[in-house]
Design a protein around this ligand. Structure first.
Ligand code: FES
Length: 268
């Protein structure tokens, strides 16, 4: 009898569900991609080289910290001083929470599937999950970093050392990579639930006066981005990793940043 019980317990599945589809695929794919991204980002953070070449500066190392006082007291990679902002922004994002709670904590791993009993999600009122409530502040900080990344993308439109000199205007493959990245990052950041609340969601009446009507028009635009927040979250994660990878390849001379168009010769 005891043996039979032990056998039954051994056969008991980790999760119970009546779903017959391959529901494991989603959480498994998310866990795999997250893990690969975290490994890559950690390696690049500590590599502390090949992050800059000409007018290209990796988004992992931007803004560039050339502050002499800092370099005297800080001997580690400058990326450590920067990446906690986008990392904190993504880690506290409402979409990413759902994704990694399902993939890593498995409570539950998917809709209609019982949660893993080893870990019980108890909301975001206790340590360490209470920190998730900092998301709106991470949004403010991440917006500052995003502004710097737009500045970096603009820099790629001019030959190195000739910023805003239209005699040296150019478009390279790196320009395209950087602009695609900042556009995707902007779509992700400005589709944020916290921003949507800030821009208009907090109002009770959208027709009460001109400021409220203006808020409504912004809120509608943000809502359009917000509807595809998951898509922008993934696309921007890939684009930021690729922008860094591209910069690394150029900075290590593995690739050349091909110029697609330039006006320098015409002016001279
Ligand atoms: S909810 Fe995803 S970035 Fe704010």
């Amino acid at each position: 009898m005891t043996e039979a019980k032990t056998g039954e317990a051994a056969k008991k599945p980790l999760f119970t569900t009546q779903r017959t589809d391959n529901w494991q695929k989603g959480p498994l794919a998310i866990a795999t991609v997250f893990t690969l991204f975290i490994i890559y980002a950690t390696w690049r953070t500590f590599e502390n080289q090949y992050f800059e070449m000409g007018n290209l500066l990796s988004p992992f190392y931007s803004p560039k910290i050339e502050w002499h006082l800092w370099t005297k007291v800080w001997h580690l990679s400058p990326a450590i001083l920067i990446l906690w902002i986008p990392a904190g922004f993504r880690a506290t994002c409402y979409y990413y929470r759902k994704a990694y709670y399902r993939s890593y904590f498995m409570t539950p791993p998917a809709c209609g599937v019982s949660g893993y009993k080893g870990f019980q999600y108890q909301g975001e009122t206790k340590f360490p999950f209470v920190f998730q409530n900092l998301h709106r502040y991470m949004f403010y900080l991440a917006t500052l970093v995003l502004a710097v990344l737009w500045w970096d993308a603009l820099q790629t439109l001019f030959a190195a050392g000739h910023f805003f000199n239209f005699g040296f205007f150019q478009v390279s493959v790196g320009t395209l990579v950087y602009f695609v990245n900042v556009v995707l990052l902007s779509n992700y950041s400005f589709g944020c639930h916290a921003f949507r609340h800030l821009i208009g969601g907090r109002l009770d009446c959208f027709s009460c006066g001109e400021p409220a009507k203006t808020s409504l028009s912004f809120w509608e635009k943000v809502t359009k981005l917000n509807e595809h927040h998951q898509l922008w979250a993934w696309c921007s994660l890939f684009s930021v990793a690729f922008a860094d990878f591209y910069t690394r390849c150029v900075a290590s001379n593995a690739w050349t940043d091909q110029i697609l168009f330039q006006v320098q010769q015409v002016v001279q």
